[in-house]
Write a protein of this length. Sequence first.
Length: 244
Amino acid sequence: MTDQSATAKVVKVHPAPSCENCHVRRLCLPVSLGGDELNTMEQMVKSHGVLKSNAYIFRAGDQFKSLYAIKTGAVKTYGLTSDGKEQITGFHLPGELVGMDAIGNHVHNCNAVTLENTAVCELPFGDLETISQVIPRLQHELACIMSREILSEGTMLLMIGKMSAEQRLACFLQNIYQRMRLRGGEENVIRLPMSREDIGNYLGLTLETISRRLGILQSGGIIQIEKRNIRILDPATLGKICSS
């Protein structure tokens, strides 16, 4: 964690379960490991307490030392525009990694902050590189994760540049829906840990547009809004809007 986040409130919890028993293990780096390989991985991983909402994992300009796997909760990454305004670059869910932006130049280019109470596992990158020499499958899995991250960023650029407001929101909801289903969430229900303001910032839309478009999707029988939960009533139509 960064020095700036050292004062963030942390809830003390019991020692984190092993990678073998982690409920998001299949989405994280150790997915294909077993036996001695998994034990080696567990010795490297540093588990932290549960960070409160709005706690920084790292800040732009921090030296790159580790990747962070989200165990529970959610994280947003953002940078600052030339006029000092926040620009959200991504939302990250359990089983996903944050910090890969800094692998190339060893300095973080964005800020990573928790959206709610969030537990993370720290993977020191130097140790990860050393272990990867002994367990080549780790290199392959890291490459796959980086590939998915690049694809996600490309989709984001396409949404902002080419899609209508309706398409942007539909694609965003579909993306969260697909990612949460991988984590074994309730069928056809997604929980949005981010605010509507954050969604608008990410998609390049105003809060009013986000609220209006959500209302239209609900009145059309495509979704049902339940506070921060959204039930996908018609995933096929949602997908058609996204791809139209």
